[in-house]
Design a binder for this molecule. Structure first.
Ligand code: B12
Length: 210
């Protein structure tokens, strides 16, 4: 079995203590960091499927998430490279009611490596906190919102609606993403951009801030 497959299987099994070492071994053997990351993302997809099919439950999903994070820590220096801050500032957060942050963190990491300073507000972020953060950072160029649940898509919509009403609206661009989000939904709620993954999010952020 390939080392990358072992990394993926270890994430699915939620063996957080082993993942870091295995990722390092894969890199030492010459595996490409982006390829390792993609396998890890796919592993989280497998975890989601198992959860949907009642083969595993929330605690198992949580340990898989912890394992994923351990792996990302080791990968980070190999993925992120740019000089932070030169491209501008971005505010990033997962919307109210939603605790998923692995995708958001990857987006933050890739956008940082594209030269942005990322102000990460964390998870379960109420609308007012996004607004306050933009007011506190008038030079911010992009606000990125993440939602992973169909039940928090309305919170995403409400946050975009509230941002759209602010005086600062013309100074910022709003990017949205997360597994249930589509380009159509982004258009419907009045966001400026949607991308399906972290790499394209970084590319898009550069275009929007140019
Ligand atoms: C890990 C996980 C958890 C962990 C989260 C831990 C953490 N720290 O993040 C825990 C255990 C806490 C959890 C809890 C729950 N979860 Co959960 N979870 C997952 C799982 C398995 C993986 C998510 C993940 O990390 N994916 C990997 C990352 C890399 O992908 P991503 O998040 O999609 O991000 C990428 C893109 O979407 C995009 N992106 C993301 N954000 C942004 C933002 C911007 C601006 C842009 C441009 C792009 C972008 O770029 C990212 C990188 O490429 C998914 C299954 C899945 N297939 O997604 C279920 C899943 C999302 N969870 C689900 C559910 C139901 C729940 C719970 C309700 C379960 C429960 N009964 O309690 C709770 C809700 C808790 C809450 N209030 O948020 C469902 C959602 C169903 C739905 N349609 O709404 C899923 C799909 C599982 C399933 N198949 O049923 N979960």
């Amino acid at each position: 079995m390939s080392k990358i497959q072992t990394v993926a299987d270890t994430i699915i099994a939620g063996k957080a203590k082993l993942v870091g070492g295995l990722v390092q071994e894969a890199l030492d053997e010459g595996c490409d960091a982006a390829e390792v990351l993609n396998a890890m993302i796919d592993a989280m997809g497998v975890v989601g499927e198992k959860f949907k099919n009642n083969e595993i439950f929330v605690p198992e999903m949580l340990v898989a998430a912890r394992a994923m994070k351990k792996g990302v820590e080791v990968l980070k220096p190999h993925l992120a490279s740019g000089a932070a801050g030169s491209a501008g500032k971005m505010i990033l957060g997962t919307v109210a009611g939603d605790l998923h942050d692995i995708g958001k963190n990857l987006v933050g990491m890739m956008i940082e490596s594209a030269g942005f300073e990322v102000i990460d507000l964390g998870v379960d972020v109420p609308t007012e906190k996004f607004i306050e953060a933009v007011k506190a950072n008038p030079d911010v160029k992009i606000v990125g919102l993440s939602a992973l649940l169909t039940t928090t898509m309305p919170a995403l919509k409400d946050t975009v609606a509230a941002l759209n009403e602010q005086d600062f609206r013309s100074n910022i661009k709003i990017m949205v993403g997360g597994a249930p989000i589509t380009q159509e939904f982004a258009d419907e709620i009045g966001a400026d951009a949607y991308t399906p993954d972290a790499a394209s999010a970084a590319q898009k952020a550069k275009e929007l801030a140019a």
